[in-house]
Write a protein that binds this ligand. Sequence first.
Ligand code: 4NP
Length: 159
Amino acid sequence: MADRVSVLFVCLGNICRSPSAEGVFRHLAQEHGLLDRLHIDSCGTGSWHIGKSPDERATAAAARRGIDISDLRARQFRAEDLDQFDYVLVMDRSNLADVREVWHQNGGTEPRLFLDFGGSRLAEVPDPYYGGEDGFEHVLDLIHDASSGLLEEIRRRLA
Ligand code: 4NP
């Protein structure tokens, strides 16, 4: 049994998918009264957007579901994250390859595809950055589904 569980969501830029995952998962955890047992964060493998707010389209899509991600700020993934988080959950196979490379050198928590926790056959949360609004809704649907599965597993660990 664990006292507290930490979860890190990782994508490329930390302005679309992983802050959305952080917001949705936090929201769900709060609804289930588990927020004070969790440490939740997100980051990107790339450095382009460090310190930036989430993409406006991601913020708007989350807001339509009653979730505020506007206060989040992008940061870059670092090797120490693998020592500090119980779950390191990546959005696509490219993120997985990048984080696995660090994991091979550093050890710590092995990164996993976030959608392993979802019920859909999709393995990856597609990058919505160069697409339209629809892409952001699809991302939220996938993230919501996987967040429910993840929370169920964590709830059992905390019980
Ligand atoms: P994210 O989306 O990885 O879901 O935050 C992207 C954001 C920015 C870029 C690529 C993906 N970019 O190339 O700047």
